[in-house]
Design a protein around this ligand. Sequence first.
Ligand SMILES: C[S@@+](CC[C@H](N)C(=O)[O-])C[C@H]1O[C@@H](n2cnc3c(N)ncnc32)[C@H](O)[C@@H]1O
Length: 536
Amino acid sequence: MRHLGASSGAAGPAGRRAPAASGRLQQQGCARPPPRPRRRAPAAAAQPQPSAPAAAAAAGRPQQQAPPPAYLEDSATAAFLAWARGAGASFERLRPASFAGLRGLAAAAPIKADDLILSVPRGAAITLPPKQRCPCPEFVTPAFWDAAPWFVRLGVRLLAERAKGPSSGLAPYLQQLPKAVDTPVSWSGERLQQLQYPYLIQKVTEQQQEWAALHEGLCAGMAPGVPPPSRADFFWALACVRSRTFSGPYVASTLSDRLRLAGLVAFLVVGNTLAQGPDSLANSAGAAVAAFVFNILYETILSGKLKQYALCPVIDLANHSSSETAEVSYDYFRDAFVVAAGRDYAPGSQVFVSYGTQSNDSLMQYYGFAEPSNPADSYVMVSLLKWLEQLAQPSQARLGELNGAGLLPALQEVAVTRQGFAPRTLQALRFLLAPDGAPGGPAAFEAPGGAALEERVGLVLVHACRQELAALGTSLEEDLALAAAGPGGGGGGGGAGRRGGARRDGGAADAAAVAFRIEKKRVLAECLRQLTGGSG
Ligand SMILES: C[S@@+](CC[C@H](N)C(=O)[O-])C[C@H]1O[C@@H](n2cnc3c(N)ncnc32)[C@H](O)[C@@H]1O
């Protein structure tokens, strides 16, 4: 999830960000958050998908000069933008546009780094503060609301507003949300297999089960007489929430709340002084200042511990790039969610934000795309023990000792990065592969051992990477060829007949799966290159 930082920092003149920073918001998918859902896909609809340039980059093809964006001028977009402006949102230098089929935000005028380019009042967003009472008792029972996780609450808000139809104050926002959100949670088992990656397939399968159970809970928790949303609608709402929500520290009081409180305290001091006489002024004022400071300190401490979530119209049109520094923040003085440009943008170019540091596992699971050359990517290996046992037979006694030392998990779920394996994994392997009679328990193997032991460890790691690559179903070269052929080309080629080979029955989703597995293979291949000193 993303964090909204408690913010301060007003914008300076001419829309440039003032030095004092606002609190950062994080996108929802970060760091293995709980799952989230979505709504029924009415007929085929414009849907965010990995762009052609992204596919070209994944395939290693030279990227041509990007064509100018197609600004979106349909009636739903126009009505939405007018509604957002009416609600106080300000985004003069941005326009929604389509970039090779992917909707995003384009610079409509020159933008300089640090310019404040987007501001959406908190009142125009759908926010979820901690411990919020059920805001839609006409839709779900308060008991259901109280027991629901954050993403279900936000999903229920979307569905409750949608059920109101055109009379909803959020109708223009709802109208322009994607009609379908193509993330793996909605994929069939067969399509999931095209990811080729056991770790994510397992996670998504669990997510599908969790969301199905949550839908059953919702069906039982509807307000009397209200028909429950279909499972597809519920999944749509949750998927929207999980791919569009930002989160951050909770700010309990806005500036205007504090000013109101200060006014009330001053009123009480004056009233008390008038009633008790001028001599009481010093005491009353001292007590008032103490109470006021206590309130601010209490809320500051509280805001560091509690989290709030927000679906921010317009801001949620921005696509992600991990190379961007721009993030969504909460600006305390404006009581608004804001974005400042992370760099200069020429008119027509796409303006990105960072959803936070996320591996492609998280980007794929919650957003439906993989980022080429994502520096935060890793390959989670769940079969290292199996690969180890193909080369050596660690004794049950040593495995037991490893377990006792809490190091067994370092061999069961291993995050392999382009740089190699984690120190704890190396330590566990050294202990298991050390010759009989080697002194010391697992703790004695933290540092590299002798050349012979390190060589044995290296052999196991190389074997594991090679076995893992071989088990994936297609080679990197085959996947690159599939991606280069693009949609409609290479159907089933390369990997035809092999597990996880790209098939043409899923259209864009298959392209996303191929782009994803290319990145996984690149991580493993680079790790292997490091281990073998370049020989692969
Ligand atoms: C917060 S929304 C961004 C706006 C979205 N493109 C739209 O049309 O509503 C997040 C979704 O945008 C798409 N997206 C964001 N960044 C992307 C990227 N770098 N490459 C491909 N798709 C991306 C994914 O579909 C993701 O689920």
